[in-house]
Write a protein that binds this ligand. Structure first.
Ligand code: CTP
Length: 423
């Protein structure tokens, strides 16, 4: 019979108790940290909370202390017994998780600042650091924040989210912290070094590996605009968000990204080479010049299938006598089909936006274009929205990705591409 202490040790080993430092910074999403700590503890994760002064304005240390059963660290001058709280605390942890991570705190981390207990703890750590960003959509999209995030990712920091949706400020967009349940499952998957999950949130081990390092990825995004005359044209309602999200996800994995973009109002993904084009013909030229020197081509653009045969240089005037105006349209080149038919084509991925019979049309389109992978979505759901549903079609059949924001879907798409290329 094993002794009681031996039994305890066996139980500890079986359940693999993990310890994290949960850092809270000053954002409204701090309230979600209460639920997060509860969920983690339910899964046998020991949680030591550390809060910035600003975080204490959103949730009290007393709440976090009551939930975790441990005194909360706030002040760097309230030192542990030997006065080295910033060192000791991280040494005992398997990871530090900052949730919520504000834009200000992310900037601090990116620059190695250490002017309070939590930032000092992060700088002095010898364990992984995970961040769950939470901020207003403009703050998230700001070039400075994107630069800081890219820097932290390249330093090996793991970034979870953010998600898109309604924000506390009343605006809608990217920057909302992931929900407590999503964070808890990512964190426990990370702590237990789970194999690549099929969840859509950015599984940490994937990001850490930067699996697209040094690979060239060429992406088309947005609509094209085909002139009718000097002021009018034919276009479609693509916002470009999906293509830009694919570019962002590829950058996170270390790829060398070229984004050939039709007219959009989106901020450029920092780190990508962006080639601005207007018409399908211009997009075709830009792709032709680069397609032979790329490893992966992803056609996300909604390319106009036809253009006006003879666009007018001047504005066409209304004619009193004519009761109708006929435009002659001629077909545009199929950019994706051209790339897929090169003698040595890159790995080609297409997108299909359908308004009906999604599965039937998408599967037929993949075959017709002779491409290994096609991502299909319903146009009425996808256009302009931050969220989407995608179905991936490949030789093995179809793979339905759960509803998610476009960046999350883009990350899942890239993981699928990586798996197919490995095969
Ligand atoms: N595509 C392209 N060049 C075109 C038309 C489409 O590269 N002239 C690419 C898109 O970027 C997308 C895929 O082909 O990856 C599917 O585009 P879609 O317009 O849905 O397919 P079409 O072949 O044009 O079929 P249809 O318009 O009849 O649905």
């Amino acid at each position: 019979m094993p002794s009681l202490s031996c039994k305890m040790r066996i139980i500890m080993e079986q359940t693999q108790i993990k310890r994290i430092v949960l850092g809270l910074t000053g954002g409204i999403a701090a309230y979600k940290a209460a639920e997060l700590s509860r969920l983690l503890m339910k899964q046998d994760v020991e949680v030591q909370v550390a809060m910035t002064e600003a975080a204490c304005h959103f949730i009290t240390p007393a709440t976090m202390q009551a939930l975790t059963g441990r005194p909360v660290l706030v002040n760097q001058w309230d030192a542990a017994e030997n006065g080295m709280a910033h060192i000791d605390t991280s040494r005992a942890a398997d990871a530090i998780v900052i949730a919520p991570a504000t834009a200000d705190f992310i900037a601090k981390l990116a620059h190695g600042l250490a002017d309070d207990l939590l930032s000092t703890l992060c700088l002095a750590r010898d364990c992984p650091l995970l961040l769950a960003p939470a901020m207003n959509r403009q703050m998230w999209a700001n070039a400075a924040t994107q630069r800081n995030i890219a820097q932290l990712i390249s330093d090996g920091v793991q970034v979870l989210g953010p998600a898109s949706g309604m924000q506390a400020c009343g605006e809608e967009g990217m920057g909302r912290m992931l929900e407590a349940g999503e964070l808890a499952s990512e964190i426990t998957a990370f702590l237990n070094s789970a194999p690549l999950s099929t969840t859509l949130t950015p599984t940490l081990s994937r990001l850490r590996e930067r699996e697209l390092d040094c690979l060239k990825i060429l992406i088309t995004a947005g609509p094209t605009y085909e002139a009718i005359d000097a002021v009018r044209g034919i276009t479609n309602r693509s916002s470009g968000k999906m293509g830009y999200a694919v570019a962002q996800a590829a950058l996170e994995l270390g790829a060398d990204v070229t984004l050939v973009s039709g007219p959009t109002s989106l901020d450029r993904p920092s780190g990508a080479k962006v080639v601005d084009v207007t018409s399908a013909a211009e997009m075709f030229e830009a792709v032709k010049q680069r397609a032979e020197d790329t490893n992966i081509f992803i056609g996300v653009a909604a390319v106009a299938d036809y253009r006006v045969a003879q666009p007018s240089e001047q504005k066409i005037k209304k004619s009193e006598s004519a009761d109708k105006l006929t435009l002659e349209l001629i077909p545009n080149p199929d950019i994706l089909a051209y790339v897929a038919n090169l003698p040595k084509p890159p790995f080609c991925v297409g997108f299909a936006a359908e308004s009906e019979n999604l599965r039937g049309f998408a599967a037929a389109k993949r075959k017709a274009k002779k491409i290994p992978l096609l991502a299909a979505n319903l146009a009425q759901q996808a256009i302009g929205s931050d969220d989407n549903d995608l179905i991936l079609f490949d030789d093995a059949g179809e793979h339905v990705l759960p509803h998610a924001d476009k960046l999350t879907l883009a990350r899942a798409l890239l993981q699928h591409i990586i798996r197919l290329r490995k095969k």
